[in-house]
Design a protein. Sequence first.
Length: 307
Amino acid sequence: MSKIIVGVDGSDRSTDALALASSLAHRTAAEIVLARAYPYDAAAQLGASMRRHDLREEAQQILDRLRERADTTLRITTRTIADRSPSRALHTLAEIEDASLVVIGSSHRGAVGRVFAGTTAERLHHGSPCAVAVAPQGFARREPISRIAAGWNRSAEATAALNAATAIARALGAELRVVEVLDIQWAGTPAIIPGSGAELAAHQPAARARASLDEVVASLPGDVPVESALVLGHPASDLVSQSEDADLLVLGSRGYGPRRAVLLGGVSGRVVRRAACPVIVVPRGAEMPLEDLFELASTAEGIPRTS
């Protein structure tokens, strides 16, 4: 059985994280694992068994209160972990449970309605063995997910993100938007992508990107409503802008580093600090991430990758 781990700290962001996990789990047979780390180090605190017991009990009470407020139609279990580092605890649990996804809430330092990856999220994003999702503040009060955006740049990592986004869209009956941002620093002028015809043909980088993007969209499963957006600008800021009109944004990891690990790059790192909707970053080297959580269409495997 696939598992979604939800990092819990007892604050409102735990409620937001559980709400996002629940939204994704409703159309699956996944088990949600509510996880809470408590600050105990067995090596440094020899003989402090009562202290450990108290910390574990306090952590369990927080988990139980959150589970009592959760959707009773979902399968939800709880786990407490003795570790001073919440990010390390979640990483370890994800490996032990062979989880498909880890979901956490935004830092309290972020604005309401915005994703802001705090210390735990930042550390978890650098090496997690499975996809990582961050829920914005206030997500628990939002409407169900109906619009999903996927960042696309013709790389293997973007292909993995698009496969995951396609699977989620199909499972939730959501619309999918494939977004490619041509970096203005190398794509050149004009500052706005021309509409069509002679103007578009005159801007060769845009023309090539549009043809490639159209090919990608045409390869997606026919039962998923899909549209595309081609933007000339700055990848991070324009993806943040696209998140304003989305309920979920899916991104790939950076293009180098260990395989089967989530790795934030410059663009994804900035997006998870500013996006207006939940963000999922999928592991590098996993062609079909979330495949054990959502059933992927065989046609999605044919998404072309261009250089």
